[in-house]
Write a protein that binds this ligand. Structure first.
Ligand SMILES: Cc1cc2nc3c(=O)[nH]c(=O)nc-3n(C[C@H](O)[C@H](O)[C@H](O)COP(=O)(O)OP(=O)(O)OC[C@H]3O[C@@H](n4cnc5c(N)ncnc54)[C@H](O)[C@@H]3O)c2cc1C
Length: 491
């Protein structure tokens, strides 16, 4: 396969030459850098590249090219390369272009902007392009798997494993036991026992628990000490923030998480409203940054092991971990989030992991390429799931009981712009059916009472409204440390 293309269009041959040279220096080993002074001829060349089956990762355009604006050109490249990232160039002092670009950014016509200069590329050009290419590569290129899972395609346990690994940002390969590759892998490792089989570095784990997998990957499952200043229960955004602030205040801090870091936020395909990430950040990515930050400040983590009990014993709290190990702390912060109701509709429970997914279904999205998908809910999680799934599914239908969407405006705009997302207001899922996996849904019109049976590959229950959001959870975590200090009498 030829290298993916980075295509730059600019009216000024000098700027074009120096931008291309800068991009070539940093990204030339993995990408092919192409340039053109004319958007019309650039479009023709992109059409030819598309016919040859070549991939384009990033298109960059000067907003003031002579034949059409950069934003218009970028919009036209979308039909050829819908997954390519889009970036517009604006000159210093060009207030008119800045105003146009600001509108383009707000409407989601373009992913980001760069200043039309190649001075100091280390400051903005390289970091922005690296981030964009990293995201493009994660979404479109096969990742080298660390773990291989072989199981029945629609087994609930393998769905749980895929979900866990996705949230923990661990690359994995999944193979249907009946596929040639699945059979070959099982033969190679000599496994004829129960499934799922999880293969890591030639070693097979038979139907492993989450902790078995964490252990084999080198995660900590036992605390280092018997007594901590602070134990944080739960590693969602609130728990992570508590750990960062606790550890930075010098408290010996342990975080205990029954699954993996990130909590609900870890299931989010793209968080756009958290401070400091202008191009958005995947929930799992944000969580792993926060964990790294907490660890670098001295916090300790135990994952895949829940807290089963908590008792007062004089000035200390006794925390019982799953498996009955007890540890002590001078203070405990409980940041265990919420758990949500499931969709109580006939048939739905039978297909969890077999076409019915809760949350944003990030791990499952690629499996629904070319198939119709239904998302239930009107809030932010539903919007994020729909936008994410629309990149793979033939059509995404959002089923909304009420008459309006309750999600953030940026998601409403993204949905309106999408060609393959439709919304059905005043409807609800009345029944799910299938054989080995979900095949049809009955969608009921809540006004007329009429029911329509529709084919469906996946359906995700996503609630109408997130109770607080990441920012509030992080703020709670930070504030909790103040209360901890007051409680410990150290203020
Ligand atoms: C799909 C989706 C998309 C979202 N998108 C956004 C968004 O774009 N922007 C935004 O602001 N918000 C978003 N949210 C909401 C946001 O994720 C939540 O508000 C936030 O995660 C709440 O943080 P928390 O730490 O309080 O709880 P949680 O995230 O629920 O974390 C609690 C953690 O505690 C652990 N835990 C529970 N019990 C125990 C126990 N006994 N022992 C050990 N650990 C335990 C859980 O496993 C979990 O990891 C989204 C939510 C979802 C589901």
């Amino acid at each position: 396969m030829p290298d993916p293309i980075l295509f730059v269009v600019d009216r000024d041959p000098e700027i074009l030459k120096c931008l291309a040279a800068a991009l070539e220096r940093r990204f030339g080993a993995d990408y092919s850098v192409l340039t053109d002074g004319s958007p019309i001829s650039a479009l023709r060349r992109l059409e030819q590249a598309c016919e040859r089956g070549e991939d384009v990762a990033l298109v960059i355009a000067d907003q003031r090219t002579p034949e059409m604006t950069g934003l218009d050109w970028l919009a036209r490249t979308r039909a050829l390369y819908p997954k390519a990232s889009r970036c517009v160039l604006v000159g210093y002092g060009d207030a008119v272009s800045f105003a146009e670009v600001r509108r383009g950014l707000a409407l989601g016509q373009v992913d980001t902007f760069l200043l039309r200069s190649c001075d100091n590329p280390e400051e903005r050009l390289y970091p922005v392009v690296s981030e964009i290419l990293g995201r493009w590569s994660r979404a479109t290129r096969p990742r080298v798997p660390i773990l291989l899972i072989v199981d029945e395609r629609w087994s609930q346990r393998s769905y749980e494993l895929r979900d866990l690994l996705e949230r923990a940002s661990i690359a994995y390969g999944f193979y249907d036991r009946d596929s040639d590759e699945g059979r070959r892998l099982l033969r190679e490792v000599g496994h004829a026992g129960r499934l799922p089989a999880v293969i890591f570095a030639g070693q097979v784990l038979t139907d492993p628990t989450d902790s078995d997998i964490a252990r084999v990957l080198g995660a900590r499952l036992e605390p280092e000490a018997e007594l901590y200043d602070l134990i944080v229960i739960g590693a969602g955004p609130a728990g992570l923030a508590t750990a960062v602030h606790g550890a930075s205040d010098g408290l010996r801090t342990l975080v205990v998480e029954r699954q993996t870091v990130g909590g609900q936020a870890g299931t989010s395909s793209m968080i756009r409203n958290y401070l400091g990430f202008p191009r958005g950040v995947a929930g799992a990515e944000l969580a792993s940054y926060a964990q790294e930050q907490a660890v670098s400040l001295g916090a300790e983590f135990i994952v895949t092991r829940g807290v089963a009990g908590l008792e007062d014993e004089g000035a200390e709290k006794v925390v019982t971990l799953a498996g009955d190990r007890q540890i002590r702390a001078r203070a405990v912060v409980i940041a265990c989030g919420v758990s949500y109701n499931r969709l109580e509709v006939e048939g739905v429970g039978d297909f969890v992991g077999k076409g019915v997914f809760y949350g944003a279904a990030t791990a499952e999205a690629p499996a629904f390429a070319g198939q119709p998908v239904f998302v239930v809910g009107a809030g932010n999680s539903a919007g994020q799931a729909a936008v994410h799934l629309a990149r793979y599914a033939s059509e995404v239908t959002i089923v909304v009981r009420g008459e309006a969407l309750t999600m953030s405006d940026y998601l409403v705009r993204q949905i309106k712009r999408s060609d393959n997302i439709r919304i059905r207001f005043k409807t609800e899922v009345a029944r799910a059916e299938g054989r080995a996996r979900l095949e049809t849904l009955d969608i009921k019109d809540t006004v007329s009472g009429g029911t329509e049976r529709v084919p469906a590959a996946a359906a995700g229950d996503v609630r109408a409204r997130s109770p607080r959001g990441v920012t509030a959870a992080v703020a709670d975590g930070a504030i909790a440390i103040r209360s901890v200090r007051e409680y410990l009498g150290e203020e």
